[in-house]
Design a binder for this molecule. Structure first.
Ligand SMILES: [Zn+2]
Ligand SMILES: [Zn+2]
Length: 313
C-alpha cells in the first residue's frame, strides 16, 4: 500500500522543502527560521518529523544523535516498552544529502522510525529528519523516498512556502513574522529589509461571493490592511487566467506626507507604498491576495512576482 503512494505534495516551511504523499498534511509546527520543528501526518499513523537549528561553529552531530537516542530511550522506558536503536539501517543505505552520506538511524519500540541527521555548511542548519509509524515492512522504503527529497535551504533566490495545498515563492531572505493557518483562511506575513509582504487565501468562495463580486469582496477583506494608505483600485489585467484587482497607493496622513517630503529630498525612495493584487479562482473555489509594502518599484515587483508564483489551481 505505502509503496504505491507517490511523493507529490510539497511542504515548504522556513526555506526547507520536502515532498510527501499527496494526502499527507502539515500538522504541528513551532520555532522559526533559526530553529524549529514541523510534523506532517500521513495515513496509518505514519508521520514525517523535521527539526532544524542553525549552528555557528562546527556542531557535534554525535551529541545531537545521543540526545535524540536518550529522549527516545526515556520515553520508551516510561511506556514500558523495549527499545532497539541502530545506525545505518539497510533501507537508508542509498540516502545522500548534498551528495554526502548523512548519519542514518533506525529504531524500534512499539513503533518504529527511520531517520537521518546532517549539517549543511551553506545554511549552517543541523537537520534531524525522520519518518516514524507503526511497524510495517515498507516503512524503511517510504522513509528513504521522503528523506531523499528534503532540501535544507532554497536552491535559488526564492524560498518555496507550501502548506495545505497553498504554494507561493518569496525572496529567501524574507522571514515569517506572523501567520494564520486555518482551514478556510491562510495568511503569511513576511518581512525583509525595507519590504513587507502579506499573502492570503480564503476558501469557500462560492459562499462568500453570494452577495458580492470578487472585486467588492476583496476591497472589504483587504480594507484593514489598506486603510492607512491613500490607495486606488483598478480592475485590470489577469492572473492565472482570472481577472484581477489591483490596489496601489501611498501611506496617507500628515506625518507620512512630512516624512515623504524629507525623504524625497534625501533618498528619493519611499518605503510607504503599497502594491496589491487580488483574484478569485473558481476552479479551486478560493480567493487570493498579495500585498507588498516598500519603495514603489520594489513593492510592485515583489507583489507581481509573488502573485505570479501562487499556484491557485
Ligand atoms: Zn543548507
Ligand atoms: Zn486559479
Amino acid at each position: 500500500m505505502l509503496n504505491t503512494e507517490r511523493c507529490s505534495s510539497i511542504i515548504g516551511w522556513h526555506g526547507i522543502t520536502v515532498s510527501v504523499p499527496e494526502e499527507w498534511s502539515f500538522s504541528v509546527y513551532s520555532g522559526d527560521a533559526k530553529a524549529g520543528y514541523f510534523r506532517v501526518d500521513g495515513a496509518d499513523d505514519v508521520a514525517l518529523e523535521v527539526k532544524w537549528s542553525e549552528e555557528k561553529g562546527i556542531p557535534s552531530l554525535r551529541r545531537v544523535l545521543n540526545d535524540f537516542q536518550k529522549r527516545l530511550r526515556k520515553s520508551s522506558r516510561t511506556a514500558h516498552v523495549e527499545m532497539e536503536f541502530r545506525e545505518k539501517p539497510r533501507p537508508l543505505a542509498p540516502l545522500r544529502v548534498h551528495g554526502h552520506i548523512p548519519i542514518t538511524f533506525g529504531w524500534r519500540t512499539d513503533r518504529q522510525g527511520y531517520g537521518a541527521l546532517w549539517h549543511c555548511k551553506e545554511c549552517r542548519r543541523v537537520m534531524l529528519v525522520q519518518v516514524a509509524g507503526r511497524h510495517q515492512q515498507e516503512l524503511g522504503q517510504l522513509a528513504l523516498r521522503i528523506l531523499s527529497t528534503v532540501r535544507d535551504h532554497p536552491a535559488g533566490p526564492e524560498a518555496i512556502w507550501s502548506v495545505y495545498d497553498f504554494t507561493f515563492r518569496a525572496p529567501k531572505e524574507m522571514t515569517l513574522e506572523k501567520h494564520q493557518l486555518k482551514s478556510g483562511y491562510l495568511a503569511f506575513e513576511l518581512k525583509g529589509r525595507g519590504v513587507g509582504l502579506v499573502v492570503e487565501r480564503w476558501g469557500l468562495a462560492n459562499i462568500v461571493l453570494k452577495r458580492d463580486t470578487p472585486s467588492g469582496w476583496l476591497s472589504g477583506a483587504l480594507y484593514p490592511r489598506l486603510k492607512a494608505y491613500a490607495y486606488r483600485k483598478e480592475e485590470k489585467g489577469d492572473l492565472h487566467g482570472h481577472p484581477c484587482v489591483r490596489f496601489s497607493g501611498r501611506r496617507s496622513g500628515v506625518k507620512a506626507l512630512a516624512n515623504r517630503l524629507v525623504r524625497t529630498v534625501s533618498f528619493r525612495q519611499h518605503r510607504d507604498y503599497v502594491s496589491g493584487l487580488g483574484w478569485h479562482c473558481p476552479e479551486s473555489n478560493r480567493l487570493f491576495a498579495v500585498l507588498a509594502v516598500g519603495a514603489m518599484e520594489r513593492a510592485d515587483a515583489l507583489c507581481a512576482g509573488v502573485a505570479e508564483s501562487v499556484a491557485c489551481h
